[in-house]
Structure formats: C-alpha cells, structure tokens
Design a protein around this ligand. Structure first.
Ligand code: F1P
Length: 342
C-alpha cells in the first residue's frame, strides 16, 4: 500500500484543514503577530527549511531570523540574541529533541517571548510548550519524508506573515488554495514522471532566492532522501561562484522563478542552458510563460502572498519519481526515521 505518493496527493485536503484551524485562531494570532517586533523561527531538517521560508516572509514586515534548532543547543554564543517577541518552532512530529530543547531554552531565557508553534502533532511536546499552537491535523502523515505536512505548515507561515503585516480578512485571501493545489499536482505529475525517467540525469541543482530558497532546499532534501541522488541548493547567482563548474548535460537545474522575474535570472538561465543542462522552471504563470525551459510548471494566477505552497508539489513528485525510476522505495528511505530523538 503506497504511503508517500498518497500523502503527496492528500496535500489539498491538509491545506483546506489547516486554513480552518487558522481561521479559528485568526484574531488571537493577529494580536500577537501585529504587536511583535521580532520573530525567530526554528526547526530541523525540512522543518528548518520551512523556518528559512517563514523568516524570509516575515522579514518583509519585521526583523526575523531562522536558526537550525540544534545550533541553539550546541553553538548558542554564535547566534543572534535569542530574545524574540515571538518564537515559532516548526515540527511535524512536535517531538524532535533539538526543537523541543531549543524551545524550552528560549522560554527559560526570555520570559516575554510568546511561543506560536506550527506542528501536525496534537498533544506533542511542542504543542505543550506553546502559547498558541497551530496544528495541521490533516498534515499528520505516515511518510518518513515530509509531504502534505510541509505544504500545509507552509500555508500557516504565509498566513502568519500576512497577519503580521496587519492585512485584513486574511482567511478570505486563501480561498481556492486547495483547488489550486489540486491543479498544480495534476500538472506536475506528468512532468515529474518524465524527468524522473531520464536515465542520463545524474545531478540535481535547485535554485531559489529569498522566500524560495527554503523551498529549493526542500527540493534538494527530497531528492537526497528518496532518490539518493547527488543534489545541491544555491542562491541563484551563487551558482557562478564555483558550483557552475559541475553543470553539464547530466544535470537538471530547477529554478524557482522569482515574482516578477528579472534579467538576472534570465541571464543565468541562458548560461545554464548553454552548458547543456536540463532545465525545470517553476513560477507564476505571468512570469514563466515565455521561458524556453525544457519543462515549466506554471503556478496559477494567485496573489504571490498566498500561493507559496503551490511550488511544493513539483519538488515532491520530482524526488518521488526519480526514486521509483532508480528502483528505490520512497516509503522506506535509507537510514531515516520519521521522528529523530537524540
Ligand atoms: C522533521 C524531520 C524531517 C526528515 C525526517 C526526520 O522533523 O527532520 O525533515 O525528513 O523525516 O524528521 P520534525 O518536523 O518532526 O521536527
């Protein structure tokens, strides 16, 4: 009985359900987020990549930063001052030791900090440590790698960033997102199967700027976890500062296209293509429809302030079908457990 592919395809329901949860807590969350002047996001693994995305989104409104939970435990003196108005621990399981301990430590250190957690696990340690828990109930999953949990928790982060920006009627802005998610899953399925079956591809590079960097990192992680393939992530223009040396005909370069595009990305895209790489571009319809990439996933017309979770399905399906083509079992990724406790 397949687990991972089913849960990838269940993400529209997880998104709809977490939006109900957020709508029910909107006024409480709005009060905390609109008063706050600093945010710290923490997590492990894919949840750390969510933290990076959450901090990028929140930085458009207040000083925010993301820290791997483990760094708070082992290198605290080398981190920014950890007395944020709001701490946002992100944890699918709500039990990762580093995130639980980092939350405990920050609460002890800074009594004024409000803990707004994002988790899929009701009754977990993170839930118990939270002042306001946001629980993605349908994000709870069997898959070892993060699938519907990732996109549904990402919706919560985008929701919080709009509340922090004092946007009104935020829940109404997310209307139709579940349907859009179904549409992107459908479009991405064939593209991911096609790329996954390309035997000559051996290396996978993911590029994303700003709020897309955390998502590009997740694309890298999924390719590593499920397909055991060489995979790396860079801020786009960083590619020229060394990693470009490895780009060739056996390389797939996936670019999460920035809102509004830009000549910098167009020039980089040409350079990468001239090196013979296969190209996959994921971006908003109006930004990518003219791009002559090998494969393009167009994100439907939706305001960029609510549609970030729509970039996730192609990344998940790409890693999944590459794994299947390599004869691997995405439901049992090598060396991994669903919950990491140390
Ligand atoms: C999530 C995580 C995943 C990783 C593996 C172990 O931790 O680190 O990112 O792929 O499944 O768990 P959390 O979100 O449960 O804290």
């Amino acid at each position: 009985m397949p687990i991972t592919i089913d849960e990838i395809n269940e993400q529209p329901l997880a998104i709809r359900t977490v939006l109900d949860e957020l709508g029910g807590k909107e006024s409480k969350l709005a009060e905390v987020c609109s008063d706050a002047t600093s945010f710290c996001f923490v997590g492990c693994g894919a949840s750390y990549y969510l933290s990076l995305t959450g901090a990028s989104l929140m930085n458009e409104r207040s000083p925010s930063f993301a820290v791997p939970s483990s760094e708070i435990l082992i290198s605290p003196s080398q981190l920014p001052d950890l007395s944020p108005d709001v701490l946002i621990p992100i944890s699918r399981s709500g039990e990762s030791t580093e995130t639980v301990e980092a939350t405990r430590l920050t609460k002890r250190k800074s009594l004024e900090t409000t803990v707004v957690s994002v988790t899929c696990a009701e009754g977990s340690e993170i839930h118990e440590l939270s002042d306001i828990p946001i629980i993605s109930r349908k994000g709870k999953e069997e898959s070892v790698v993060m699938t519907k949990s990732f996109s549904s928790m990402l919706v919560a982060l985008q929701y919080l960033s709009l509340l922090a920006a004092n946007e009104n009627r935020v829940s109404k802005k997310f209307r139709g997102l579940g349907k859009d998610s179904e549409q992107v899953l459908e479009v991405s399925e064939d593209i991911a199967r096609k790329i996954g079956s390309r035997e000559e591809l051996d290396k996978f590079i993911f590029l994303g700027t700003g709020k897309h960097y955390g998502l590009a990192s997740e694309g890298m992680l999924l390719m590593t976890e499920m397909a055991l393939s060489w995979s790396n992530v860079y801020h786009p223009l960083e590619l020229r500062h060394g990693p470009k040396s490895i780009v060739a005909e056996d390389t797939l370069v996936t670019i999460l296209w920035p809102d509004g595009g830009g000549t910098e990305h167009e020039r980089l895209f040409e350079e990468v293509r001239n090196l013979g790489a296969e190209t996959l571009v994921i971006g908003r319809e109006e930004d990518v429809k003219e791009i002559d990439a090998d494969e393009v996933v167009e994100i439907t017309q939706r305001s960029n302030s609510t549609g970030l979770s729509l970039y996730v399905p192609p990344l998940q399906l790409l890693g999944y079908y590459r794994a299947i083509d390599q004869g691997l079992d995405p439901d049992n990724p090598k060396n991994l457990n669903q919950i990491v406790k140390i």
